[in-house]
Structures are given as structure tokens and as C-alpha cells.
Design a protein around this ligand. Sequence first.
Ligand code: C2O
Ligand code: CU
Length: 448
Amino acid sequence: MWTYHGSFPGPTVLSARDRRTVVTHRNELPVPVVVHLHGGHVPEDSDGYPTDLLYPVGTSDPAGMPGMPGGSNTGTMSDMRGMGMERDTLAHTAIGERDYVYPAGQPVAMLWYHDHRMDFTGAAVWRGLAGFHLVTDEAERRLGLPAGDRDLPLMLADRAFDAAGALKYPAADPSALHTAGMTGKFTRGALGDVILVNGVPWPEHRVSTAKYRLRLLNGSNARVYRLRADMPRGDGHFVQIGSDGGLLDRPQRVDELTIAPGERYDVIIDFTGCAVGDRVTVYNELGTGTTSRIMRFAVTDRVADPAVLPEVLTDSGTPVPAAAVTTRTFRFARRDAGTPHGWMINGHAYSPTEPIARPRLGDTEIWRLVTDLDHPIHLHLNQFRVLSRNGGPPHRTDAGWKDTLYLGAAQTAEIAVRFTDFPGRYVLHCHNLEHEDMSMMATFTTHT
Ligand code: C2O
Ligand code: CU
């Protein structure tokens, strides 16, 4: 595997809200890396822009290394895009080691960090470059939500393995250095037949008769899950308390939960009605065979848990779509099927140098997202609110601040986003990582 600090998921970073966190990364892998803090409200030089390469320790000639933005003509950008020798002069590159600086000036939330290198994000994340980053504060602690070993960040990720147990990733270029793209049917996304939760296949976790906080992250490259908890007594359901970007104003009951790559749901599951010996299975309604089960909880311990969920969790602020200054439309669609860059936004392949939008800081904009097939759509820099789906109301689980929105085939959604604080270069993209690597990404730049 390729790992952060030797583990998969990588070490969990805990940030206090409004307190600066600095994470130093040292690259001892055979490829350049880029670290993105997904969901983070972060200055552009620490956001992990796809060409902000951190080259391996000891790289003496980055310009000669494949993947150098606009460097020699061995670079992926130049040979794949016909972009010639045009230099990406905005790239913040480094050799060996660098700091990423996170101000954490945002609501409490479960963010995650993962590799984001242009053309090869899918390969890198599949091999293990992903971890949790939690932002917390005193107000959250005062809510009395399940904490300690009853607060479980869970990364769902499917993988495939060969007979020797090695990860199997059907890339056109196994070195993950030269050519983007997948083989055969996997141009629509890499799928595995083994479901890992925090790196363990179909785990069983021992619990007490108490409420637990499950912070669910879909860290899969392309697989979408619909989760349902099967309680032997009572009705299995979740109580959603948070979304990608923070807590909901009020908890809400959800019977099942559709979670697409990049999305997070913060939920409470209640085992207080269980008896010791009960097993609670979490199923994936969208799976078949081995992918229809996720994990299991084994109730092994009787305790008293009188904790009651607060009725109000936070005041997350109401979006004001009426204040929007612009409406932009982004169409996510395949154009040249079968080519390594056939997934596009508004008919364009990803370009680091040509922004698709230039929002002004302080402005609220409405972005209409339109799909051909199903795509989980993700924006960097700011969280958004979902205003509508197909002209109707959003889904119940679209509540709160989101940074990733799952749209099915031939759908439209409108979101409201206010761009704040940091001028610079960011991306929006499909979080199906193979679509992303095959160009379904676009640059936007923010201005004062
Ligand atoms: Cu989780 Cu731009 O990514
Ligand atoms: Cu997609």
C-alpha cells in the first residue's frame, strides 16, 4: 500500500476550531503526491491543487520527472492534452517535504484528507492515501453526543485483490506516472468486491447497549452505498446529526442513507434496546453478493445510557439564495468515451490554466449542476446548500452544509455557495475518482 505514516486510514488529525493546524508531509513514495483536505476551508497553497506536486525525497530533477506541471514534455499534462510546453507557473511545488497550513476557521465537521494528484488520484487513494481530519470545539462537547469509544469515524472503501492478496487496480498505466485512464469496463470507475471499513473487510465491532456516533465517510473511488441497519429488536434506523460540512440544526431520523464517494454523514445509532448477544448488521441495499454487507455490531455489554440527544444541535446559518449575483451551469457528461480524458465539464477536459469560473469573494452564486450519468459533484474552498433537485425540493439528507452532492443520471440540482476569505485557484470535480482522473474536473479562481 501507499500510506500516510504507515497506516490505512492514515492518522486521524484533530483540529480545534479556529486554531491553526500545521501538518508536515514527507514524500517517501515513488511518485509525486498532493495532499487535499476535503471539506476544508483552506488557503489555496495548502488546498492541494492537483498540480501542487510534492516530489519524492531526493528528487534531483523534478522537471525530468513525469507529472511535472508543464515541465519537460514527458509530463502527463503536456503529452495528454496537447497543451504543448505551456508552464503551470501557479503550481506550488516542493521536493521531499512541506507543510500544509489549515486555519480550521469553519464549523465542527469530519473532513478527510487524501491524495489529489492530477490524473492519478484514483490510483493513489485506492492504494491507501486517505485519512480523517476532525474539527471540534467546546460547543460540540457541551452537546453531550456519544464520545470516546462511542464516537466512530468509519471509512467505507471497496477494493479488489489478486490471488496473492495484493491490491488490484485496473489502470492503463500501473506505474501511475505517465498515462491517465483505466482498462475495459473500469473507465466508468474502479469497483472492488471486498468492502473495507477502516481498512478491515466486513468487520465486526463490539458495542455496549448505548448510543453511538457513526461518522460515515464514503472513501471509495466509485462505489455508492445505500446503508440500512438491521436491528433484531425495534426498527433499525439512524438519526442524522450532521452532514459533510458540520452539524445539522436539528437531528432527523433517516431509515436509510445513500452515500456517494466523498460524502460524509454524521449519524447516531441506538443500541439501548438491544440485548447482549444481539448482532446488528449494516447492509448496502445497492450491493449484490459480497458488496451487499458492510459491517456488523456485536452487542457484548449491558450498560445504562440515559443520554438524550439535544433537540437543537447548532445554528448553521440560513443560506440566502436571493442574494445570489450569478447563476452558472455546469454539465457533467462523457464526450469521447474510451479515451483517457473523455469525462468533461461543459465539454472541456480539465485545464489547470483556464478557469471555468471566476467568482468574487463575498459573493453568493447559484450553481446549476447537470448530469448525464450519475456523478458525485464536489467543490473545494466553500461548503454549499442544496436548493433544489430537478426543480423540486432537495432530499431530506441534503440538509446542512455540503461539499459533495450525489446526482443520479440525467439530473439537475441547484446549490447556493458563498465564496469567502481566500483568493486563488481551486477546483470543482466529480468525486468518482476515475471520472476525475479522466478529466471531469475544472478550475475556478476566486478574486477580491
Ligand atoms: Cu475529496 Cu477534490 O476531493
Ligand atoms: Cu462522475
